[in-house]
Design a protein around this ligand. Structure first.
Ligand code: C2E
Ligand code: MG
Ligand code: MG
Length: 579
């Protein structure tokens, strides 16, 4: 059973390859038989006519029969050449046998029967044997190169698994025959960090090893279902499951592929554990064509990957599409068009609770008036190229508010604005800031731009250039979320920054043990050595505040002294600070 089904997949692949190479398939047996018969007939005529002394009369002309020998020798030669060209080894062996057998026959005729007219036949035969050999061996070379090219068209060079093209061909063939199947998208977890930390060679070895383990399962048939595993790109694989009886069968099969990752991977003397995320969709329930099925399984895979709990397998359900990127992208576009993006201001204080300034934080609501978290919409706005517009709205509104307040009261607070790297890197960013200062009348020294540490690492030199330009205008620079991006101290030191913002995650743990406290203390010392002020983000209670005071922190931002406030509330805080 299994064998015949495997043959079905093989057949689909062969048909694909034939189509790719416009190959019509090997010439049919009856053509072979026809050529053999024609050859035997032609050589029969040659042997009869070559030695004949008689002639035929054609339109009154006497034509000796032996003149026909040349014509039929040519016909016989054409037959063996065609056999060699189109019938592979079988045709070559047949042709060679015919030609070899003829030589002693002709020689006998010449020597014993003294038929000297057959002498040219010997030369003709020898030359044809040479021609047949040349054709056969050069044909073999072409066929082997072709075979290699054909394999490359449907196989992934690194892992040897079928590639995306082969996978789509199989899916399309199954859909056209209306055969139910499961489409599983598999993605290795944490593969990027292996590539980043251990290099591409190591990454490639991991991919090859994972592919090998999965191929062994698919080939063994131990899952009880009929499986086809292919590599789509980088660390993404596709598993097609057929011949399952129930949902349990599907889960059991995918479970086996997941379990194959349990044994540690050993690459270049390093042992590590790998896991993979599996999202699957079922034909025809979850999609009628390849696109729908792939989008569905991808959505499920991304969802289970994001949840990153112990379960790594998820079936697609239609409600998953509702919370996807497209919808949020539409909401962001609408909010930008209607200018409904707004901001809150979270106060920052020195350790004596004196107001230092405010961080402007973008806010958005959906049609029902529910808040959407910046943690959700900022990454989407970055991905779909809307972040500069979104940042721009917050910049304009917050700067205009702060500029007016400063002009009216003479207050000395700082306004901090978050900028995304995609926005920072845009040509015209420095002009945008210059214009912002101009319109809002905000003194440059009271404006601060927050750039996250991880962003700086991604695009070091370019980011540095832009940051320097803004700094030259007199604007302050804060390194946001410090401690989360593993940047080199040398690099941070070379940034013309003025403030270091310690990420909330370190503040959360600060009173957990001595080590965590010492860690924050070290960051504060480092900041001071580099000549920077240090602010702690996400300070929520008095005990954290007390520890930060003890270890020399300069500033705090957090719920303990102030949540993000609407501008009117922030104005009250400023007025109070002036009394
Ligand atoms: P961030 O710049 O690190 O901002 C600090 C975040 O921590 C804010 O979350 C703030 O509300 C929150 N936070 C402050 N103190 C506390 C606390 O004591 N406890 C807790 N649990 N949270 C606290 P928010 O407003 O959700 O912003 C999240 C991130 O979104 C920001 O992190 C920033 O990276 C980004 N973001 C916000 N507004 C903008 C913007 O206008 N433009 C850009 N590009 N990114 C923005
Ligand atoms: Mg920030
Ligand atoms: Mg931060």
């Amino acid at each position: 059973m299994k064998k015949t089904e495997d043959n079905e997949t093989k057949m689909i692949m062969e048909q694909t390859l034939d189509r790719l190479y416009a190959r019509k398939g090997e010439a049919s047996t009856w053509c072979y038989v026809l050529l053999v018969v024609l050859y035997l007939f032609a050589t029969g005529i040659v042997s009869v006519t070559a030695a004949s002394g008689s002639a035929v009369t054609f339109f009154g002309i006497h034509i000796p029969l032996y003149t026909f020998a040349g014509v039929f020798t040519a016909l016989a030669n054409i037959c063996v050449l065609i056999l060699t060209m189109y019938f592979g080894t079988k045709g070559f062996v047949t042709s060679l046998t015919f030609l070899m057998v003829q030589i002693p026959i002709i020689l006998v005729k010449i020597i014993i029967a003294n038929v000297v007219t057959s002498i040219p036949g010997v030369f003709s035969n020898v030359l044809t044997i040479i021609a047949v050999c040349i054709i056969y061996f050069s044909n073999r070379k072409i066929v082997s190169v072709q075979k290699e090219l054909r394999n490359q068209a449907v196989n992934d060079v690194l892992t040897g698994l079928p590639n995306w093209y082969a996978c789509t061909e199989l899916i399309n063939a199954l859909i056209s025959k209306n055969i139910p199947f499961v489409n599983v998208t598999i993605n290795l977890n944490g593969f990027k960090s292996i590539n980043d930390t251990m290099g591409f060679d190591c990454g490639n070895q991991v991919l090859t090893e994972a592919a090998g383990r999965w191929k062994a399962i698919a080939d063994s048939g131990e899952t009880g279902t009929l499986d086809f595993i292919s590599r789509l790109s980088a660390d993404e694989f596709c598993l097609i499951i057929r011949k399952y009886k129930s949902e349990d069968d599907i889960i059991r099969t995918i479970d086996m592929y997941e379990s194959a990752m349990e044994d540690h991977f050993s690459v270049y003397g390093c042992d590590f554990q790998m896991t993979a995320s599996f999202g699957y969709s079922v034909y025809p329930d979850d999609g009628k064509n390849i696109n729908e099925l792939v989008v569905a399984s991808n959505t499920a895979m991304k969802k289970i990957k994001k949840e990153s709990n112990s379960n790594h397998i998820l079936k697609f359900t239609s409600d998953m599409l509702e919370d996807n990127t497209f919808e949020l992208e539409g909401k962001i576009r609408k909010a930008i068009e209607n200018d409904t993006v707004f901001y809150m201001l979270q106060p920052q204080f020195d350790m004596n609770h004196n107001l230092r300034g405010f961080e402007a934080l973008a806010r958005m609501k959906d049609e029902d008036g529910n808040f959407i978290s910046p943690g959700e919409f900022i990454p989407i706005a970055e991905k779909c190229g809307l972040i500069d517009k979104l940042d721009g709205i917050v910049f304009r509104k917050a700067a205009s508010f702060a500029g007016d307040l400063i002009c009216n009261t003479g207050a000395k607070f700082t306004l901090s604005l978050n900028v995304s790297v995609r926005h920072l890197m845009m040509t015209g960013f420095t002009d945008e800031i210059r214009k912002l200062l101009d319109i809002s009348k905000l003194p440059p020294s009271q404006l601060e731009i927050e750039v996250t540490e991880s962003i700086m690492i991604e695009s070091m030199e370019k980011a540095k250039h832009f940051v320097e330009e803004i700094r030259d205008m007199g604007v302050q620079i804060a390194i946001d979320d410090f401690g989360t991006g593993y940047s080199s101290l040398g690099y941070i030191n070379s940034m013309p920054a003025t403030l270091l913002k310690i990420d909330k995650t370190f503040i959360d743990d600060i009173n957990k043990d001595d080590k965590s406290k010492a860690y924050v203390q070290t960051i504060i010392s480092l900041g001071h050595i580099m000549g920077l002020d240090v602010i702690s983000e996400g300070v929520e209670d008095e005990s954290q505040l007390a520890t930060l005071r003890e270890i020399g922190c300069d500033l705090v931002q957090g719920y303990v002294w102030g949540r993000p406030l609407p501008p009117e509330e922030a104005q009250k805080v400023v007025m109070e600070s002036l009394q």
